[in-house]
Design a protein around this ligand. Structure first.
Ligand code: ZN
Length: 391
């Protein structure tokens, strides 16, 4: 099946078709830092510039070990990693392999795997039938007037979600030892980085470890189908309806007390069915607030999944980040659970004097190409699939 997710299509097809076949470099395995509990194991494949022994490799392994220490899921995650020169404006990009999963299977897995209070609350918010508000009405641009509840089989609604394979492994929906890759993380060598931040992040450089943490989290499932909808609107093809474009994380994307996959607006993470709002999400790169919806709201400093990063800053994994990953199926380790309001590494040394990333003029988008041509790659297979499914 052709992956429909916008991030893999942007990156995987870009790399696979235009740059080089993946998996052409040596494969190397590394053991994560020893932890007392079961934990995810990351297997990295260098696709250029992140070979064993390089500073970039060491930094990426550090970031992977951090995520291993945060979770207890006994799964193996396979990532391609690279450091290559591409256009300015983007520090790194992550493409995730994905799979179509039924909402019912996801709901069951989340219920059976609930290990935290947030998990139990989140599961309780999931009705037997998936429904959500959306402005992705077939053939129409998003406006308030077409904002409507989507759970109508006559509109092609399928009760399907699109899950990153890493997320599906965490949920037990695919084998944890599946040998296909789960994602590709490519860093932009056009920028200067601090690879070892033990002495702080140097001025005018970006923290590579923090950046890697951010990109890995995308692969683990911190993604939103609203980005797909946003891209389709930009290409004059609005109207995704309720196929398999929503992510597992989107199950907890709410505004005005409703599950809501609208481009734009004021959505937040809610783990209690919209009664209370947690951290707010970004709302769309093209037709929303200017940041991809697979992030926290721009300029808000909500966690490692902020959409941008400034030089000289050591970003931190926050309680918001952990809550989001927790409720989509990642089980928090005792260390992570104990750290309510947990910050993996404090933001420190050489931070912008304003203390706000959004006010740093060197701020650069953390992830995902904003290159228009890449959007086209996302659109074409999706359109083909819709035709075939209706034909
Ligand atoms: Zn990102």
């Amino acid at each position: 099946m052709v992956p429909l997710w916008i991030l893999p299509l942007r990156l995987e097809q870009f790399w696979g078709i235009y740059m080089r076949p993946i998996l052409m470099f040596t494969v190397a395995m590394f053991a994560c830092a020893p932890v007392a509990h079961a934990s995810p194991t990351f297997i990295l494949t260098d696709v250029g510039g992140v070979g064993v022994g390089t500073p970039a490799r060491a930094a990426f392994e550090t970031a992977a070990a951090v995520w291993s220490s945060e979770f207890t899921n006994n799964v193996t995650i396979r990532l391609n990693v690279g450091l290559e020169k591409f256009g300015l404006g983007v520090l790194a990009a992550t493409g995730s392999n994905g799979t179509e999963v039924s909402y019912g299977a996801v709901r069951t897995a989340l219920g059976q795997g609930a290990t935290s209070a947030n998990d139990r609350s989140a599961y309780a918010s999931l009705a037997p039938t998936l429904s959500f508000e959306s402005n992705a009405i077939a053939g129409q641009a998003p406006t308030a007037a077409v904002h409507a509840l989507e759970n109508n089989p006559a509109n092609g609604d399928t009760q399907l979600l699109w899950a990153n394979t890493a997320n599906a492994k965490a949920l037990g929906l695919i084998s944890s030892s599946d040998t296909s890759f789960d994602g590709s993380v490519i860093f932009n060598s056009s920028y200067h980085y601090t690879f070892d931040r033990s002495q702080g992040v140097a001025k005018r450089t970006y923290d590579f470890v923090g950046l890697a943490e951010h990109e890995i989290a995308h692969a683990l499932g911190f993604v939103s189908g609203v980005d797909t909808e946003d891209a389709m609107i930009s290409w004059g093809m609005p109207g995704l309806e309720a196929g398999s474009w929503g992510s597992v994380l989107d199950l907890f994307r709410y505004q005005n007390g409703q599950r809501d996959w609208t481009v734009g607006g004021n959505p937040c993470l809610s783990v209690d069915g919209g009664h209370t709002c947690g951290a707010h999400f970004a709302t769309g790169q093209d037709n929303g607030d200017g940041a991809q919806a697979s992030h926290w709201r721009p300029g808000s400093g909500l966690g490692i999944m902020n959409p941008s990063l400034a030089t000289g800053v050591e970003p931190a994994i926050s309680a918001n980040d952990l809550q989001a990953l927790d409720v989509i199926g990642w089980n928090l380790s005792p260390q992570a659970s104990a750290a309510n309001g947990h910050v993996q590494w404090a933001t420190k040394t050489n931070s912008p004097t304003s203390g706000s990333w959004s006010q740093d003029k060197e701020l650069v988008n953390v992830a995902e190409p904003g290159v228009a041509g890449l959007f086209a790659l996302a659109v074409i297979p999706l359109a083909r699939r819709r035709r075939s499914s209706r034909g």
